[in-house]
Design a binder for this molecule. Structure first.
Ligand code: C2E
Ligand code: MG
Ligand code: MG
Ligand code: MG
Length: 285
């Protein structure tokens, strides 16, 4: 149809582009307000140790309670935040929240819970990154060994020397690092072995292909065995079914995260979730 009437299709696409650009700008302005107000909220998704069934930690996942649009997920606004640079202050705010909850968790009797925070590409390349994170954890006075930062391969491999310097500096403060969405990028684990990375997170796309594609099984097996040979732990993301869990257990995957056990949830719900489970299971190993 579009081919038969190029004039119409042009206007159509032009209008779409226009709306889309306007939408972006609007979203950006709203996001700026959201950061100033109290529309941003951190949700927490438990990570379960497969050997002990203990909650080893939680991943901090950003949510936006938009006054008109309702709950907006990060896939919709992180790209906007990234392009506008707003991800930098937002990202530091998430680390502050994580530190605050880390202290709360300690007081509530879950002293060994690990808090994992995602760092975007742009935030990782902020010139004041290590300095700012240092200031946040110093002010919060938390046990930094319970703080983990998640980075993707592309964020780490863009400038390997820079990555090495930053990761080492932060690692010396006690912070550990996880490689997020592993398997979707182009680097290999051996490229990353000189970096202080203690954990690899298998991207949920592989987990969800289990049972549908034999490749997924091979890839997951390979990632687990390579990670273990490099003394890294492995977390599988996006575990939704018993069958996926069973396969991962057989492959000696260390931890799982996914709807099968729990969805990301607000802090109060997380506290209920932790209380409903065996308390000793949440203590430091
Ligand atoms: P991610 O870091 O890979 O986080 C895991 C995503 O998988 C989360 O999506 C989580 O809700 C989802 N997930 C967990 N278990 C399951 C499951 O069983 N099934 C399915 N279908 N999905 C599951 P979410 O919360 O929408 O976040 C999307 C991405 O946004 C994150 O991917 C992360 O890259 C980014 N993000 C979230 N919060 C932050 C943040 O504070 N800062 C930055 N820079 N990025 C963030
Ligand atoms: Mg993550
Ligand atoms: Mg991930
Ligand atoms: Mg992801």
């Amino acid at each position: 149809e579009a081919k038969r009437d190029p004039g119409t299709s042009y206007r159509f696409y032009d209008r779409q582009l226009h709306i889309s650009a306007g939408y972006q700008l609007r979203l950006e302005a709203d996001l700026r307000n959201a950061l100033r107000g109290s529309e941003l909220e951190v949700y927490y998704q438990p990570r379960i140790d497969l050997a002990t069934e203990a909650v080893r930690g939680v991943e901090c996942l950003l949510r936006w309670n938009h006054p008109q649009r309702g709950l907006v997920g990060p896939d919709e606004f992180i790209p906007v935040a990234e392009r506008s640079g707003l991800i930098v202050p937002i990202g530091y705010w998430v680390i502050e929240q994580a530190c605050k909850r880390l202290r709360d968790a300690h007081e509530l009797g879950f002293p060994g819970l690990v808090f994992a925070v995602n760092l975007s590409f742009r935030q990782f390349h902020d010139r004041k990154m290590t300095e700012t994170i240092f200031r946040i954890i110093f002010n919060a006075n938390v046990d930094t060994s319970l703080l983990e930062l998640e980075l993707t391969e592309s964020a780490m491999m863009h400038d390997p020397e820079y990555a090495q310097r930053c990761l080492r500096e932060l690692n010396q403060l006690g912070i550990s690092f996880a490689l997020d969405d592993f398997g979707t990028g182009f680097s290999s684990l051996s490229n990353l072995q000189h970096l202080p990375i203690s954990l690899v997170k298998i991207d949920k796309s592989f987990v969800q292909d289990l049972g549908h594609s034999p490749d997924a099984e091979h890839i997951i097996r390979a990632i687990i065995s390579l990670a273990h040979s490099l003394q890294m732990s492995v977390v599988a993301e996006g575990v939704e079914t018993e069958a996926q869990l069973e396969f991962l257990r057989q492959q000696h995957c260390d931890e799982v995260q996914g709807y099968y056990y729990a969805r990301p949830m607000p802090w109060d719900e997380l506290v209920q979730f932790l209380n409903s489970r065996d308390r000793s299971a949440c203590l430091r190993k």
